[in-house]
Design a protein around this ligand. Structure first.
Ligand SMILES: NC(=O)c1ccc[n+]([C@@H]2O[C@H](COP(=O)([O-])OP(=O)(O)OC[C@H]3O[C@@H](n4cnc5c(N)ncnc54)[C@H](O)[C@@H]3O)[C@@H](O)[C@H]2O)c1
Length: 417
């Protein structure tokens, strides 16, 4: 008989996981606390940008293989429960455990004996075992951790490509989870020694990237006022097959990289990750400082300047403002009393106004700061803006055509170039 799976947390990752389970003939109950999400899903409307998932879910609804619900008791029919709600931090970087602990208690109430609960939520090391103790108070439950390493917007593709890591809280839980993922995915399944190892693999992966970017940012700061172009140096250095320096930029955003390093930083004595975080968190300020210096050089102050910020999304081509460096750039500019405008092709004028004044690409500005490398921005011909008074372009992603911009008589500065 096919597995009955419950997926708890029907967001950017949860919905594609539902679709993946359905595509393997599993019977799925999706659970979420958001009534609107549930209502939409039961009509076949999905709120996330995964077009293939929508088709799969629509077909499964017709065949009654899928139902979405806000009722946690519905998991009592399921053999496998996947938890994929986010664990977040507060403004002081403390982990907000309330929702996931409450959820664990709820699962323990309704889950049936001998079922398998898998945490896919990014967790601090040791939490799966701690949650397993809460789950197993009254019945035998198998518990495992399996990190999601996918990218929003292309999750089904990533699920079909990346090896799947998992680790159980004991041998039997590992075997149960391995059996499940071998049915669910067509990729290699890697069984870690225990849940802690699997949890660490996700955090080490994120922190590696954050730290690598921080190093690139430090190199960029060094190169900024020299005759060295940081991108050129990195490209040259990376021709060594043992070197993979990432790209510098005006900041790191999204739900993951700015948050999850704190899951290790807060609970250990490691030093480099917290150093790296601080460097990356200060990059928006660094970008605004470059602008300030360039304005001063032409006899203008930032407080009498109008600045257009290009891009709200933290990543090109994705409509996601979470922890976006653009938000900090806007804040910094406002702290300097600049007149700030924001543009992003993925957001409506109304949505933009929740963050800043809306900026039209045809209006007059003294300066532009590019924060997101949306493909549309790479095609902008700045000559019209130059004719209307534009003087400076700060390329926060080092993606614009420096020579072309300079040939228009504009000042160009990148990050480290
Ligand atoms: N988004 C990504 O690109 C990505 C990539 C890899 C891993 N992840 C991991 O996936 C997890 C989920 O992230 P996401 O991007 O899908 O989040 P999301 O914000 O898009 O969706 C989360 C969903 O969970 C629901 N939810 C919150 N609390 C709940 C509760 N107590 N019970 C039931 N439902 C609840 C919300 O209503 C929402 O629908 C995170 O741990 C994240 O680290 C995300």
């Amino acid at each position: 008989m096919n597995d009955k799976v419950a997926v708890i947390g029907l967001g950017k990752v949860g919905i594609p996981i539902v679709a993946q389970c359905l595509s393997k003939g599993m019977n799925v109950t999706g659970i979420d606390i958001n009534n609107q999400t549930i209502e939409n899903l039961n009509k076949g409307i999905i709120n996330v940008d995964e077009p293939e998932a929508e088709n799969i879910i629509k077909k499964a609804l017709e065949r009654k293989f899928f139902v979405a619900s806000t009722k946690f008791e519905d998991i009592s029919e399921c053999d496998i429960v996947i938890v994929i709600i986010p664990l977040v931090i507060d403004d002081d970087k403390n982990i907000k455990y309330g929702p996931i602990e409450n959820l664990t208690v709820t699962i323990s109430k309704f889950v049936k004996t001998n079922s398998l609960v898998i945490y896919e939520t990014t967790l601090p090391i040791g939490d799966t075992r701690r949650f397993s103790e809460m789950l197993r108070k009254e019945k035998n439950i198998y518990v495992a951790y399996s990190p999601e390493r996918v990218y929003a917007g292309r999750i089904l593709k990533d699920l079909a490509t990346y090896p799947k890591i998992l680790g159980g809280v004991d041998e039997q839980s590992s075997r149960k989870a391995e059996e499940f993922y071998k049915k669910l995915l067509d990729v290699k399944v890697l069984v870690a020694k225990n849940s802690e190892t699997a949890e660490a693999s996700k955090l080490f992966d994120m922190i590696y990237r954050d730290t690598n970017i921080a190093l690139a940012n430090e190199y960029a700061k060094f190169c900024q006022d020299t005759n060295i172009d940081v991108d050129e140096v990195i490209e040259l250095a990376n021709t060594n097959p043992f070197v993979n320096i990432h790209l510098p930029g005006i900041g790191v955003g999204g739900h993951c990289t700015p948050v999850y390093p704190y899951f290790l930083i807060n609970k250990s004595k490691v030093t480099i990750p917290s150093f790296a975080r601080k460097i990356n968190e200060r990059m928006p300020e660094f970008g605004v400082n470059i602008l300030q210096k360039e304005l001063n050089k032409i006899g203008k102050s930032i407080s009498e300047s109008s600045v257009l910020v290009l891009g709200l999304s933290f990543r090109p081509g994705v409509k996601e403002p979470a922890f976006s460096p653009s938000i900090k750039v806007i804040e910094e500019l406002k702290n300097h009393n600049a007149c700030v405008y924001l543009h992003d092709p993925m957001f409506s004028e109304k949505e933009i106004r929740n963050f800043c004044e809306y900026g039209n690409l045809n209006a007059n500005y003294d300066a532009v700061i590019l924060c997101t490398a949306h493909p549309e921005y790479l095609k902008i011909d700045f000559s019209d803006m130059k004719n209307k008074g534009l003087k400076i372009i700060i390329d926060g992603r080092n993606v614009l055509k420096k020579e072309k911009i300079k040939s228009l008589g504009l000042i160009y500065r990148g990050i480290g170039k």
